[in-house]
Design a protein around this ligand. Structure first.
Ligand code: CTP
Ligand code: ZN
Length: 162
């Protein structure tokens, strides 16, 4: 197995294949930075990370890609990624081979991952905070979340992720 993609010509963009880890492909164009944030990747990260934004895609027109070496994402990260990039494909890589490929699935209900922006919502009570609970739906092609406790509907979910 080669550890890099063949450069077909000098105009082609090359992102190395990874040996071990996760490739998140078909991310909605422009959302790769949010995916990095969800995965907790920042300036302290030591693993190799590759990122491509706004690359041409047959299926999506444009897409983003994130490749993270030596990391296998967990359920909470998956749910968060689904909320901001509902078409994303997850590829788990072991010894250069894709051992698992699946599309993220929008959860119907999420608990404890979105902060309700309504200050008076019971889920924000200082004394006895309650785990937030939101119902997820798609409205006009956009992912929306509705608070179980106060009914507040959010569309800009990325800004309210815990
Ligand atoms: N990939 C990688 N390292 C590997 C194997 C695959 O980085 N060792 C990446 C590829 O570069 C690609 C993604 O994982 O971005 C999916 O690979 P593959 O299924 O071979 O590509 P496609 O057929 O284009 O995927 P899809 O059908 O999901 O569009
Ligand atoms: Zn609320």
């Amino acid at each position: 197995m080669k550890d890099f993609e063949v450069k077909k010509n000098k105009r082609e963009l090359v992102i190395s294949k990874i040996k071990e880890g996760t490739v998140i492909d078909h991310i909605s164009a422009g959302k790769a930075l949010l995916v990095l944030k969800i995965l907790g990747i920042d300036e302290r990260t030591r693993e190799t990370i590759s990122l491509a934004m706004n690359v041409p895609s047959k299926k999506m027109g444009k897409k983003d890609i994130v490749k993270v070496e030596n990391k296998f994402i967990n359920e909470e990260e998956l749910n968060k990624i689904a909320l901001i990039a509902p078409n994303a494909t997850i590829n788990l890589i072991k010894d250069y081979e894709i051992v698992k490929k699946f599309k993220v699935k929008l959860p119907e209900v999420v608990e404890g991952i979105i902060l309700c922006p309504n200050k008076t919502c019971i889920s924000n009570a200082k004394r006895e905070p309650i785990k937030s609970r939101f119902y997820i739906s798609v409205k006009d092609g956009e992912v929306a979340a509705k608070c179980h406790y106060c009914g507040k509907v959010l569309k800009n979910i990325a800004e309210h992720l815990l």
